[in-house]
Design a protein around this ligand. Structure first.
Ligand code: CP
Ligand code: NVA
Length: 317
């Protein structure tokens, strides 16, 4: 898996793209989290914030939360959306798609099979490109999730986020985002299904600079012990449906159930990006647990993405 050659941190006035988590600087993430909190408290103040702006949503894969929350975020701030479904680059080259869209819209939100598609759109489009999930990252999800954790626990520094299961797109983005914000991040998954080594190496450097801990292991109990938040995601992501049976057996000891969740702090919360497969990566009892915050996460996609749109479009929060 080749990663784009992006330095860990760069310096500039504001973000122009959000192709992956590290396109935002640390300061921009903190500012965005503050902005999201303000938007959540007083959404009406932002009713005209995107007046006159149009945003294209290009989705190669299905979506409930991401599509709904981006459409609503843009419309609730006075902007317009256009939606397109299907493979980007199938009918014409990606670089041509990008140079059409930049003539019509102020930003592009793309959900793609390959990160390379998002990177190529961003390379050719002068309009900012936002990653709405790729094979490697789900950065909008991670922003919303750290916002959700901060609502429950306040200061994020030193809080422990445990991820149990597949080292996938959601895990990668959470790892990078948690590490840079000074959170301890620990992930447990079977060998062969752990996070990408280059992304772990990058997150390790970021964690060292932020003074946080990063653990990658095969032992779910080790990561959940002492955690403030316990997170899981499906064992077979979109595009991996053919591997679903095999993955069910490989991951069978990585289910978040009451026994595992009980090892976390007594006030720990349960998180899942959704959609969830009850009976696989998580039990129904944990999804419905009084400390499950999965629907707060879904709500917060709306507020955090409003803040992100203001950031990449250069609008004041
Ligand atoms: N969590 C998330 O991105 O959900 P959707 O696939 O429904 O957008
Ligand atoms: N890892 C999952 C996340 C869905 C929001 C997938 O890519 O299908």
């Amino acid at each position: 898996m080749a990663l784009a050659l992006v330095p860990d941190q760069i310096s500039r006035v504001r973000a122009t793209d959000f192709t992956q988590d590290l396109d935002l600087l640390d300061d921009e993430v903190w500012r965005l989290l503050d902005c999201a909190a303000g938007i959540k408290q007083a959404p009406g103040r932002y009713a005209q914030a995107l007046s006159g702006k149009s945003v294209a949503l290009l989705f190669e894969k299905p979506s409930l939360r991401t599509r709904m929350t981006f459409e609503l975020a843009i419309k609730q701030m006075g902007g317009q959306t256009v939606f397109s479904e299907g493979r980007i680059g199938a009918r014409e080259p990606i670089k041509d798609v990008a140079r059409n869209l930049e003539r019509w819209v102020h930003a592009i939100v793309a959900r793609t099979f390959s990160q390379a598609t998002i990177d190529e759109l961003a390379l050719w489009s002068s309009a900012p490109v936002i990653n709405a999930l790729s094979d490697l990252y789900h950065p909008c999800q991670a922003l919303s999730d750290v916002f959700t954790i901060s609502e429950v626990f306040g200061d994020l520094h030193g809080k422990k986020l445990a991820f149990v299961g597949d080292g996938n797109n959601v895990a990668h983005s959470l790892m990078l985002t948690a590490a840079r914000l000074g959170m301890d991040f620990a992930i447990a998954g079977p060998s062969g299904y752990q996070p990408d080594a280059e992304i772990v190496a990058r997150a390790t450097r970021i964690a060292a600079a932020a003074g946080s801990a990063l653990t990658v292991t095969t032992d779910p109990a080790e990561v959940v012990r002492g955690a403030h938040a316990v997170y899981t995601d499906v064992w077979a992501s979109m595009g991996q449906e053919a591997e679903a049976d095999q993955r069910r057996s490989v991951f069978s000891s990585y289910q978040v159930n009451e026994t595992l969740f009980d090892l976390a702090r007594p006030d720990a919360i349960f998180l899942h990006c959704l959609p969830a497969k009850r009976g696989e990566e998580v039990t129904d009892a944990i999804m419905e647990h009084p400390r499950s915050r999965v629907f707060d996460q879904a709500e917060n996609r709306l507020h955090a993405q409003k803040a992100l749109l203001l950031e990449v479009l250069g609008a004041r929060c």
